[in-house]
Design a protein around this ligand. Sequence first.
Ligand SMILES: CC(C)(COP(=O)(O)OP(=O)(O)OC[C@H]1O[C@@H](n2cnc3c(N)ncnc32)[C@H](O)[C@@H]1OP(=O)(O)O)[C@@H](O)C(=O)NCCC(=O)NCCS
Length: 189
Amino acid sequence: MPSPEPVLETARLILRPPHAEDFEAWAAIGQDEEVMRHLGGVKSRFAAWNHFLAAVGAWHVLGFHAFSVTEKGTGRWIGRVGPLHPEGWPGDEIGWTFAREAWGKGYATEAATAAIDWAFANLAWTRIIHCIAPTNTASQAVATRLGSTLRGPGRMPAPHDQDPIEIWGQTREQWFSRRAARTTSMPSQ
Ligand SMILES: CC(C)(COP(=O)(O)OP(=O)(O)OC[C@H]1O[C@@H](n2cnc3c(N)ncnc32)[C@H](O)[C@@H]1OP(=O)(O)O)[C@@H](O)C(=O)NCCC(=O)NCCS
C-alpha cells in the first residue's frame, strides 16, 4: 500500500483503496443479478469475501488495484473502479462496477477518468485496456465516453478462458492528447 494511501476527489465522488467497512456493500452488489450479469453471475458472500481480500491484498502487494468509490453527498460506498492486473490478465486494465442505484448518473465515467489519470501518473503503463463482454452495452458506452476503442477479441486466464470478451483500450498518448484537447476547448474547467 502506498503511504499515505491515495485519495482521489472528483466533483461528486471520493476514490480510495478498499477498507473493511466496504465489505457489506461489496457483497451486496455481488448478489445482484443485474450487476453481475456480465461478470460471471452472482457471487456468494464467501466468494465476495475472497474477491474483496484479493483487492485489498493487491493494494498491499502491488500498490494499486481498483479504488472503492464513495458518494460525497452521502458517504455511501457505490462501487469500484480503477487499475488492475491479476495474474494472467490480457493487459493493464481500468475496470468499473457500480451498484445499480448508482447507474445513470455519469459516476462510472467520472470515477474512471480520475482513476486513469492516477494510473498514468503513478504506474509505468503505456496503454490501458477494458475487458468487456460483447453484449455489455453499458460498459461499452463507458469505454467510448472515455475515448477508448474496440481493439478486438481477447481471452481471460483460466478458468474464465471460455468467457467471450472483447478488448477495448487506448494508449497513454491518446488519453493525454484527448485530455489536453478538452482542457483547451473548455477554458473554464
Ligand atoms: C458499466 C456500468 C458501470 C455503467 O454505468 P453507467 O451509469 O451507465 O455509466 P456512466 O457512469 O458513464 O453514466 C452514463 C449515464 O449517466 C447519465 N447521466 C446522468 N447524469 C449525468 C451526468 N451528470 N454526467 C454524465 N452522465 C450522466 C448519462 O446520460 C448516461 O445514461 P444513458 O446510458 O442512459 O445515456 C454499470 O452498468 C455497471 O456497473 N454494470 C455492472 C457491472 C459491469 O458490467 N461492469 C463492467 C464490466 S466490463
